[in-house]
Each structure stands twice: as structure tokens, then as C-alpha cells.
Design a protein around this ligand. Structure first.
Ligand code: PEP
Ligand code: MG
Length: 924
């Protein structure tokens, strides 16, 4: 969501072999090429903020490297040229023995992938420069600390030595000095660090058979390659799949002059947000660590100061930081997060981006920025998503009135209420979740290797780290509940225990497998299962649109209002009962797009249907139909009353008839056993078996369903139509305004529809010649889509049944496929999402487009809806908007999400047509 300045295509006009851009040459719109980090560093440079000099190697170079295994020709020379410029700007040279320049080399893809790729710091320190570095900063300890960090990072990242090798040596160095193993690294003096550097070098040699190069230029090119390669690392791939980030984008590499936060008490490093990323509340927010490098803050290994505490420590740097944060928020017109370093009192801005936020914060910030005139209504709408709204409709914990006290409190890092069995490793989380358990991943702190466990868990609980720790950032990004930094919990991952060490609950132990609850909204941890209640947003809808001033609920109301005013797609609900219909109406549905009538035939009514199927005589059949007629009339009357004045689309019976009869195998076995043991079997039972055999189908989903049933079972559809017609008449008599439509399912051929519709119209006329009830068709078979021109001759409306349309287009059972090969297909990239969840635009979508076009060729004013599951899916809603559909219909609970997305689809399509840069462009 970046400000658009100039044309996004400006950089494409550059020669294709330009692979390196100085910060001064880039801008925020260039994130495709420079990655988010590179583009935003360029933007900050242009804004005149204090950014250390640097340059960015493009994603194009990365893509070339990943494809060919070689750096693009000329890249080395381009890097050398830009390095020379950087050296001039910094007034220092790489490898200069007296005053060496040190560089950081960082990854930065178009979409932020926090902690998923590699970074190498302190490039340029080597035997020849370490003394010069010590001299320049007047600090020998510092110089050796840089050197050992370089060997450690380079060894791990470029040469593949495991992190534990270095950790072990670091602990030994501390113990040798008489320190405890988790003493801060700052406790090691220059001599100890020199020895440690040499030890690290030996480890690298022994484990990898290679050396960390002594040539700073070689260090630089090794680090660039390692960053490129980290795009394809396991962690990065898992993260991309989870976030839906394409695999072929590649990462840029940002090369920047090192500035140091580890130069003593007047130095330090921090991260900040221009608003609270958890709640969206105004006011800066962040963490600071003095005498530390950036990785130390993000990893959550040491406990941090708040920004206010930093302000007390270094008022000048803090004031300047606040100024820059305000500049950035004003410039980007959004919540920004930043990373900064203070080097001996001098503030440097190392990174910014439009910050990740929780769903609640997204709504609140968009509404606040709208209210203060920073953004307009369209932009505010584009700042939130249906997925975020769905998250806000998750349940939360029931208030216990203090009856259940938390055993510990931590930082509320990502909201929601999560209950699950405690697990202490990522692998355990994955295994138990796969077995069907809800789990909470409990870790001292998380690192990127915990990602699979975080995905599998309902919630994440950590003992250390702040709101910007890895656990917090990643959990927020995925919408997982997270409580972090619970310092009163002593977590032993080996033993699988978490022990409360302080407070009234001291001594309580959570063991592996115990049920626990965590509240990501207030940071509470409970050693029991807490009942869960619906969200304030749901309460708001249930309360007919009144709210108690909760800023998030108010924001949802405002943005939904804007969405409704922009939407061209209507939103109806799939509802079969008066209760569902009433709820759908409270959630903002404009009618029922699909009332499935099959549930009206199940349960205690099943024996009546059985009698209908088995009827020997016309009289038996009529008796059964008359009984069903009464029941159906009452069903329809309830639905029409709940939706009075709004359309109710009744779909005539669809499922295979055998579903109303006993199971063939069970009945066969029952009778065979009775016969074998000479037990009596009634004639009725044997007739039933014969009937079940008659109706049995190998492939019922492709068998006697839908309109076929209506044409084959005499009187069935006529009874349903009569029930509806009589319900309309009765409702009118009660002063209501019923508005019903009849929908014929699973039509493949126009003549099927012609017959079924003729019968429906005849019955409608019989009940009341003045009744105007339109009769339409579900398009849910490829043949129907392809012959839509002829079908439309008999249809007063279309509604796409995209569940069956997907099933029959792909030839995959909608009931079985998701369990069997879907994970493998997602893994192989055959699907990027399940086609039953999100419309497949090229296949099923092409049929939808064709049917819309052909149907309207016959009837230009043909009303067209969608009532498959896709009607509530955000991405699919955008597709349907573009395809010219009139409305979508979805489950009542998804109605608000569909309303929001219908509005967004209209705004985004308009922006795209106007050639603007879609989301986040300047609309002031
Ligand atoms: C469909 O097929 O998309 C549809 C709505 O009908 P059902 O799910 O009831 O088959
Ligand atoms: Mg269907």
C-alpha cells in the first residue's frame, strides 16, 4: 500500500541489463524490482531521512541466478561501480586497512517475508582491517565483536555451518571467562572475542572445508549469492505457500553501509510502529535495545525497552525519531513500521514499510485515517479485506466474571481466543494437529524453523520477546492468536513443561498435552479450557446494527456502509430455515439466493419420502405427497415471512433418491442374516430391499438427481411448487409481501428445463392465476453453460451452482477430493488454492463467462446469480463482479464478508480501468 509517485513503468524503460540501483535512484513504486526493503529505503532517501548510503541488486538478477545458477553477466562490474559511489558517499573504502567500510547485505522481496531469508552483516572485516576498525571507533572489543559476528553469520548463511556449532563455542567462551552460559555477549572482552573469532574460523574450516574469505569483495559476492539462494530455502518456501506469494518473484539484495548499535550505552537499535499494530490505536509503539544489533531485537532473545523508555534515555534521538515517524506516516498515509539504529547518539533509519497489522487494527486505522481526511472512502475500503473481517467474526472467550483467573499474563501479540493441547515443538504441533487435535505451540521463543508448527497450531505462546518478536510478527501475519513474552513462565522444551515461577499461581505446571487457553487480546494464559463466545462484530450484526462505541465495531460499520454504496454485486444468503433467513437478514443479505429443500425431506419426514418412493398405487403416492405438501407449505411460509419483501429463491429437490432409503449393504446383510438363521422377514422389508436395489447407483452424484428426479418421480416437483404457491397466497392473506422464485437444479439440456418449467407454471396457475413467480435454472453442468443460449429461452434467471460446476468440470468429487490428493496437488503447485474454495478462473470461470454471455444473448436482461460456496469467497467475488454477475449468495455468516468484497471489487475494478495502481494509490 504505497504511495504512487510517477509511473510504475518508469523503471521498465531502463535497459534490461541494469541490475543495480543506488538508493537515490529508486522509489517506493519499484518494489517489483527492488523488493519492498530496497524500494522503501530509496523512498526514505528521497524524503531526506538519514539512511546510510547503499544500493540494491534487483530481483531480476536473482531470477537470472535461480534459473541459470550463475550471476548475470556484468553484475560484478555493476556492483563494483555502485560500490565505488557508495565508498565516496561514505568517505571510506571496503578493505581499507586504516578506515574500513563495513557493509550489511540483506534480502528483500516484493512482499515482506520476515525472517524467512538471509542477512549477512559486517562484510568487510578481516585480518587486514580489524585493527583499523578498532582504531576508528577507539574500541578493540567492538572490532573483534564485528569480526566474530561476520564469521558466525557468513559461516552459517553462506557456508552452511549450523548455528548450534557457534552457539556452543560462544557458551564455552563465556564459561572459560567464569561467566554463566546465558550471560550477555557484552560480557566478553576484546581478548575473549579475538579468541572466539579464531575458534569460529576453525569451526568453519572443519565443518565446511572452506574459509570465510579474507577478501571483502569476495565476502560481498558470497553474501549476495547466499541471499539469492535463500529465496529457495525450505523456510521461505513454506512461508510463501502459506501466504500465497508466487515462487517466481525472487528477492532483491540490499547492500548498505553498516551503522552500529553495539558501540556502548549511547548506541542501540530498535523497531517502531507509527500506530499500535495490534489494536490500531493511535500513538507510536515499539521496542529498543541499547548496545545491540538489529537481529537481537527481532529475535526477542533479550527483553527490550519501550520507545518511551528510550525517550528518557536519549531524548534528542527520540525526538528526531518521532519526527521521522510522523513524516513517514504522512507520506505513506498508513501505519508504517521502521527499524532504526543509534550509533553514538546519531540516529539512522534502516528500514520502513507499510506495517503488518491485525484485522482489528486494519479496520480501525482505515476508519481513523478516513475520519482525519488522510485518505478517501475508496482508499479506506481498499485498506481492509474480507479475510480480515472474517477474522473479526471469530469467537472470543466468555467473560467468567473473575471466576477463572489466568495463571500468567504476557503480551497480547495477536488477538483471538485459542484453546488447545500444549505442545512444545513445531514437529509435535504438526503431528497432533494432523491427528485432529487443537494445539497451542508453547516455545521459549520462536524462530523461522517453527513456522510449520505455527501454521498447524490454533495459537502460539512464548516466554520471551515483545510485540515485534518473531512469534508476534508471524502470528499476526497469519491471523493466529498469540501471547508472547510471558516472563513468569519457565518453559522447558525438552521436558515439555511450562512452570509458573511468580505470582499467586507460582508452582503450577503445564505439561505436554494439557488443555490450555490463551487470550491474544489481553495476554492471559489459562491452564484450562475456557468457553468461547461470539465476537463483538457478530454481536453488532445480531443486535440489528447497534453498537456500543467499540472503535473496531464502529470501523466495521463505517466501511461496510461504504462497501454497500459502491457494490454492484448484490449479496443474498443460502438459507433453508426461518432462523437462518432471519440471521442472514440481520447480517445484511438482500434475500435468499438458495433455499435447499432437501433438509425438509430428512429426519422424521424420511419415512414419508420412503412411502412416496415405494408407493404401489396412485392412492399411496397421493397420500404421501399430500402429507409432504402440508409440511413443505409450513416450511415455505416461515422462510417467506423471515424474508418478507425480499426475494426467496427455492431450489426444487436435488439429491439422489437413494439418500432417503436405507443403506443397500446394511439392509442386504440384515435380510441375509435373518434368512440364514431362519428368522422371519416381512414382505415389506423384502420389498424395501428390492426398491433400494432398483434405485441404487454406482455414481449417485452423476445419477438420478436434480431435474432428472423431477421428471422421473411423478408429482414430486408439482407438490413442491404447489406448497410454495399456497404459502405465497397464505402470506399475502396475512398482509405480507412474499417474493419467491423457483429454481430447477442440475439441468443439462434446454428441454429438461422446458418440461419442468411448464409443469411449475401449470401448478402456479392452478393455485392462483394471478401469481407471478419466476422460474429459473441452476447452471451447474458444463453442458448447461455451453448451451446457455438455448437454456435461456426457458429460464427467467440463471444461478451458477459452482460446487457442482467445479466437480463436473474438473471431474473430481467434491466430497472426496479434498482429503485425498489435494495436499499433494497444492504441494506440486497444480493448485494454488482448492478450486472448490476459490473459483478456477481459467476453467470453471471460463464456463461462467461463456454462460453469462450466451444467456444474455438470448435475454439481455437475464438476472444472474451465484449460489455455490464460491459466492462467499473474496477472490471469487472479484471474479464474479468482473464476469457481470448480478448477485452472489452465501452462508449467512459470510454475508458481511461478501458485502465488503463486493464493494471492494467495484472500487478496484474502477481503479484498474482508470489505469491507476490499484490498492494504495493516491486518491486524494
Ligand atoms: C452447487 O452445486 O453449487 C449448489 C449450490 O448446489 P448444491 O451444493 O446443493 O449441490
Ligand atoms: Mg449443486
Amino acid at each position: 500500500m504505497l504511495k504512487t509517485e510517477g509511473s510504475a513503468s518508469a523503471y521498465r524503460a531502463e535497459p534490461p541489463d541494469r541490475y543495480v540501483y543506488d538508493f537515490a535512484d529508486g522509489q517506493a513504486t519499484m518494489s517489483d524490482l527492488l523488493g519492498g526493503k530496497g524500494a522503501n529505503l530509496a523512498e526514505m532517501t528521497r524524503l531526506g531521512l538519514p539512511v546510510p548510503p547503499g544500493f540494491t541488486v534487483t530481483t531480476e538478477a536473482c531470477r537470472h541466478y535461480l534459473k541459470t545458477g550463475r550471476l548475470p553477466g556484468g553484475l560484478d562490474a555493476q556492483i563494483a561501480k555502485h560500490l565505488a559511489g557508495l565508498e565516496q558517499a561514505a568517505g571510506r573504502r571496503l578493505g581499507d586497512a586504516d578506515d574500513p567500510l563495513l557493509l550489511s547485505v540483506r534480502s528483500g522481496a516484493k512482499f515482506s517475508m520476515p525472517g524467512m531469508m538471509e542477512t549477512v552483516l559486517n562484510i568487510g572485516v578481516c585480518d587486514a582491517t580489524v585493527a583499523g576498525l578498532a582504531k576508528r571507533y577507539g574500541d578493540e572489543r567492538f572490532a573483534w565483536d564485528c569480526y566474530r559476528r561476520l564469521v558466525q553469520m557468513y559461516g552459517r548463511t553462506v557456508l552452511g555451518v549450523s548455528a548450534e556449532e557457534f552457539e556452543r563455542a560462544l557458551i564455552q567462551a563465556k564459561v572459560r571467562k567464569g561467566l554463566v552460559p546465558d550471560a550477555p555477549d557484552t560480557a566478553l572482552d576484546a581478548d575473549a572475542l579475538r579468541a572466539l573469532t579464531r575458534r569460529f574460523q576453525r569451526i568453519v574450516r572443519e565443518v565446511s572445508g572452506q574459509e570465510v574469505p579474507q577478501s571483502p569483495r569476495e565476502q560481498l559476492s558470497g553474501a549476495v549469492r547466499a541471499v539469492f539462494e535463500s529465496w529457495d530455502g525450505q523456510r521461505a518456501r513454506v512461508y510463501r505457500r502459506r501466504e500465497g506469494i508466487p515462487d517466481d518473484l525472487g528477492t532483491a539484495v540490499t547492500v548498505m553501509t553498516m551503522v552500529f548499535g553495539n558501540l556502548g550505552g549511547d548506541s542501540g537499535t530498535g523497531v517502531g510502529f507509527t500506530r499500535d499494530p495490534a489494536t490500531g490505536a493511535p500513538g507510536v509503539y515499539g521496542d529498543y535495545l541499547s548496545d545491540a544489533e538489529g537481529e537481537d531485537v527481532v529475535s526477542g532473545v533479550r527483553n527490550t525497552l519501550t520507545l518511551e523508555q528510550f525517550g528518557a534515555l536519549d531524548p534528542d534521538a527520540y525526538r528526531e525519531l518521532r519526527r521521522h515517524m510522523a513524516t513517514l506516516e504522512e507520506h505513506y498515509r498508513d501505519l508504517c513500521d521502521i527499524e532504526f539504529t543509534v550509533e553514538r547518539g546519531k540516529l539512522w533509519m534502516l528500514q520502513t514499510r507499510v506495517g503488518k497489522r491485525t484485522a482489528a487494527a486494519a479496520f480501525r486505522i482505515a476508519a481513523d485515517l478516513l475520519a482525519d481526511g488522510t485518505i478517501d472512502e475508496d482508499e479506506a475500503l481498499c485498506r481492509v479485506t474480507g479475510e480480515q473481517l472474517a477474522q473479526l467474526m471469530f469467537p472470543c472467550f466468555a467473560p467468567s466474571g473473575g471466576a477463572i483467573a489466568p495463571i500468567a499474563k504476557g503480551i497480547a501479540a495477536s488477538p483471538g481466543a485459542a484453546v488447545g493441547h500444549a505442545v512444545f515443538s513445531s514437529a509435535d504441533a504438526v503431528a497432533r494437529a494432523a491427528a485432529g487435535d487443537r494445539v497451542i505451540l508453547v516455545r521459549r521463543e520462536t524462530n523461522p524453523d517453527d513456522l510449520p508448527g505455527m501454521i498447524a497450531a490454533s495459537g502460539v505462546l512464548t516466554g520471551r520477546g515483545g510485540k515485534t518478536s518473531h512469534a508476534a510478527v508471524v502470528a499476526r501475519g497469519m491471523g493466529r492468536t498469540c501471547v508472547c513474552g510471558v516472563e513468569s513462565l519457565e518453559i522447558d522444551e525438552q521436558l515439555g513443561t511450562a512452570t509458573v515461577t511468580r505470582g499467586r499461581s507460582a508452582g503450577i505446571v503445564i505439561n505436554r498435552g494439557d488443555l490450555i487457553s490463551i487470550d491474544g487480546t489481553d495476554g492471559s494464559v489459562y491452564d484450562t479450557e475456557i468457553p468461547v463466545v461470539s465476537s463483538p462484530v457478530v454481536e453488532y450484526f445480531e443486535g440489528h446494527g447497534t453498537h456500543t462505541g467499540d472503535p473496531v465495531v464502529a470501523a466495521v460499520a463505517t466501511l461496510l456502509g461504504i462497501a454497500d454504496s459502491r457494490a454492484q454485486l448484490g449479496v443474498r444468503a443460502n438459507a433453508d430455515t426461518p432462523a437462518d433467513a432471519a440471521r442472514a437478514r440481520r447480517f445484511g443479505a438482500h434475500g435468499i439466493g438458495l433455499a435447499r429443500t432437501e433438509h425438509m425431506f430428512l429426519g422424521e419426514r424420511r419415512p414419508i419420502v420412503e412411502r412416496l418412493i415405494l408407493a404401489e398405487s396412485q392412492q399411496d403416492r397421493t397420500n404421501a405427497l399430500n402429507r409432504l405438501l402440508e409440511l413443505q407449505r409450513a416450511d415455505f411460509t416461515g422462510l417467506l415471512a423471515a424474508m418478507d419483501g425480499l426475494p426467496v429463491t427455492v431450489r426444487l429437490l436435488d439429491p439422489p433418491l437413494h439418500e432417503f432409503l436405507p443403506d443397500l449393504t446394511e439392509l442386504s446383510v440384515e435380510i441375509a442374516v435373518a434368512d440364514a438363521t431362519h428368522q422371519p422377514v416381512t414382505a415389506e422389508r423384502r420389498e424395501l430391499l428390492a426398491a433400494v436395489r432398483r434405485w441404487h447407483e454406482q455414481n449417485p452424484m452423476l445419477g438420478l438427481r436434480g431435474v432428472r428426479l423431477g421428471l422421473v418421480v411423478p408429482g414430486l416437483y408439482a407438490m413442491q411448487v404447489r406448497a410454495l404457491a399456497e404459502a405465497i397466497v397464505a402470506r399475502r392473506g396475512d398482509g405480507g409481501a412474499p417474493l419467491a422464485h423457483i429454481m430447477i437444479p442440475l439441468v443439462a439440456e434446454a428441454h429438461e428445463l422446458e418440461l419442468a418449467r411448464a409443469e411449475a407454471k401449470r401448478v402456479l396457475r392452478e393455485v392462483d392465476p394471478g401469481l407471478t413467480v419466476s422460474v429459473g435454472v441452476m447452471i451447474e453442468l458444463p453442458r448447461a453453460a455451453l448451451t446457455a443460449r438455448r437454456i435461456a429461452e426457458h429460464a427467467e434467471f440463471f444461478s451458477f451452482g459452482t460446487n457442482d460446476l467445479t466437480q463436473t468440470t474438473w471431474g473430481m468429487s467434491r466430497d472426496d477430493a479434498e482429503g485425498a490428493f489435494f495436499p499433494a496437488y497444492l504441494e506440486h503447485g497444480v493448485f494454488t488454492a482448492s478450486p472448490f474454495g476459490t473459483i478456477d478462473p481459467e476453467g470453471v470461470g471460463a464456463l461462467v463467462r461463456a454462460a453469462v454471455k450466451r444467456g444474455r444473448w438470448t435475454r439481455p436482461d437475464l438476472e444472474i446469480g451465484v449460489c455455490g460456496e464460491h459466492g462467499g469467497d473474496p477472490a471469487s467475488i472479484h471474479f464474479f463482479h468482473q464476469a457481470g454477475v448480478d448477485y452472489v449468495s452465501c452462508s449467512p455468516f459470510r454475508v458481511p464478508v461478501a458485502r465488503l468484497e463486493a464493494g471492494r471489487a467495484a472500487v478496484l475494478a474502477r481503479r484498474e480501468a482508470a489505469g491507476s495502481d490499484a490498492v494504495g494509490s493516491d486518491t486524494r
